[in-house]
Design a protein around this ligand. Structure first.
Ligand code: BES
Ligand code: MN
Ligand code: ZN
Length: 498
């Protein structure tokens, strides 16, 4: 069950929640609502601030006892310096909810002094992210050792009507984000291409979207030799999944979101080392991001047409697998020399990008856990952003900033092209170690020339191998926030309300 969220007036001393989280910036002072609460707790709040026991630093948490007749516990959470406005609130709210969940609270209150809808939205997304966990495969402890599950979040604000709007939007984004995280976290024997297709059908049924799923036979008919070369080593049926959300004008050109959905990437014949290979269940995070974004977009009821495409398969070594040196023919007709079977994501995306042409897209954005090189370049903080349409790239970067899923642009200059020139075919699927994230994107560009296009390399940002304090280790939900924010901005632009 997703966290139930609501907004209420900020009478904090009598707030009806066992845990009230209070977010404070570095150097913050008490506003009117907090001053009243401070009186009710005998000045304890003011004291920890003036003594600088609590400084409002990022990820800082302090626990105080609440007032009689009000919330039993106060959880002070730091927002850090006032330089990163949006991201700080989402992060602190996630941290607070995570903390409350660990303490066994069933309800959490949130107050950050911010009265506007976007503040409430960010808090709502954060609370949902912090409340989320994947416990399906853990046996529940005996009844007497069980803690309550966090079921409800209440956002306290001065303007309740305004906050309610933000909460509704935040809940939609939070649910899409957590859906993506759930799919990513599921083990690869459960989250198969077939399961991704079933999930897409479920989203389609609930929101009235047309869903088309192509299997191996249909991909053969489509002459997707590039996609199929990756799937030829696995007995599982590969799936090209298409969801059509038609919220905009009939015939209005859609935004197409494309995701790499490698439910497991062993590397194939160019097999990966055993150490850490289990993490390659996360190689479907781009696809999960597309499904999560489609869920959020439908819940937000955006007035725009959006197509979601997922290329789903697994990359396995076997007697039938593609091998280094093989040349395959993509749907577009370009011949590709497969020098490394571990560079499989681009082979799948090449044909899915070609498939996008039939929708006559206004813009295509793909997301893929595409290269280890992108992790080396940008770490786990920024998504790699590539594109030749400067205005579209900027739009995507802005959407990343607004959604606290920042991206950073890397170049796609013609100079890099020669690195993927093949001796026998039109191009080869890897360009060696130098500029690995860029040559991967250069490869995709060959299949994305008939529409404005941006590629997101989310290899470093879609999941974390370490605990992030505000989120546990595992999937982060990236790029759902960025996708939704981009589409939302486009919808606002086309309806003239921006
Ligand atoms: N899925 C991987 C990329 C990846 C690596 C994602 C590490 C997350 C963490 C991709 O399919 C891959 O194997 N890429 C190769 C490309 C190389 C063979 C040119 C890589 O990055 O090593
Ligand atoms: Mn690979
Ligand atoms: Zn991969």
């Amino acid at each position: 069950m997703p966290l139930r969220l609501s907004a209420r007036a900020a009478t904090l001393a009598s707030a009806e929640v066992p845990y009230l989280a209070i977010a404070l910036r570095k150097g913050a002072t008490l506003d009117a609502a907090l001053a009243t609460l401070d009186q009710a707790v005998g000045g304890a709040l003011g004291r920890v601030l003036t003594s600088r026991e609590f400084r409002g630093a990022r990820d800082e948490v302090m626990h105080l006892l609440g007032p009689a007749g009000g919330p039993a516990h106060l959880l002070l959470v730091g927002l850090g310096p006032p330089t990163e406005p949006g991201g700080a609130i989402r992060r602190a709210a996630a941290l607070a909810a995570r903390q409350a969940r660990k303490l066994g609270a069933s309800r959490i209150g949130w107050y950050d002094g911010d009265a506007d809808a976007s503040g409430a939205e960010r808090a709502a997304v954060g609370l949902m992210m912090g409340a989320w966990e994947y416990a399906d495969l853990k046996t529940a402890p005996p009844e007497d050792e069980r803690r309550a599950t966090l079921e409800e979040g209440v956002i306290y604000a001065a303007d309740v009507a305004l906050a309610e709007r933000g909460v509704a939007a935040g809940a939609a984004i939070g649910q899409g984000t957590n859906l993506a995280r759930r799919l990513a976290m599921m083990p690869p024997n459960l989250c198969t291409p077939e399961f991704l297709a079933a999930t897409a059908r479920d989203i389609g049924t609930r929101h009235g979207m047309a869903v088309t799923v192509l299997g191996r036979e249909e991909l053969e008919r489509e002459q997707m030799g590039s996609f199929l070369s990756v799937a030829q080593g696995t007995p599982q049926d590969p799936k090209l999944i298409a969801l059509e959300y038609r919220g905009g004008a009939t015939g209005g050109k859609p935004i197409v979101l494309v995701g790499k959905g490698l439910c497991f990437d062993t590397g194939g014949i160019s097999i990966k080392p055993a150490q850490g290979m289990e993490l390659m269940k996360f190689d479907m995070c781009g696809g999960a991001g597309v499904l999560g974004a489609m869920e959020s977009i439908a819940q937000l009821d955006l007035r725009i047409n959006v197509i979601g495409l997922v290329g789903a398969t697994t990359n396995m070594p076997s007697g039938t697998a593609v091998k280094p040196g093989d040349v395959v023919r993509s749907q577009l007709g370009k011949f590709i020399e497969v020098v490394n079977t571990d560079a499989e994501g681009r082979l799948v995306l090449a044909d899915v990008l070609s498939y996008a042409r039939r929708y006559e897209p206004d813009a295509v954005i793909d997301a893929a856990t595409l290269t280890g090189a992108c992790v080396i370049a940008l770490g786990h903080t920024a998504t790699g952003v590539f594109g030749t349409d400067a205005a579209l790239v900027q739009e995507v970067l802005d959407a990343g900033t607004r959604s606290s899923e920042p991206g950073w642009q890397l170049p796609l200059w013609e100079d890099y092209k020669e690195l993927i020139t093949s001796d026998v075919a039109d191009l080869k699927n890897t360009g060696g170690r130098a500029a690995g994230a860029i040559t991967a994107a250069m490869f995709l560009k060959e299949f994305a020339e008939s529409f404005p296009w941006v590629h997101l390399d989310i290899a470093g940002t879609a999941y974390s191998e370490t605990d992030l304090t505000y989120l546990p280790k595992g999937p982060t939900g990236v790029p759902v926030g960025m996708f939704v924010e981009f589409v939302r901005q486009r919808a606002a632009r086309s309806s003239g309300s921006s």
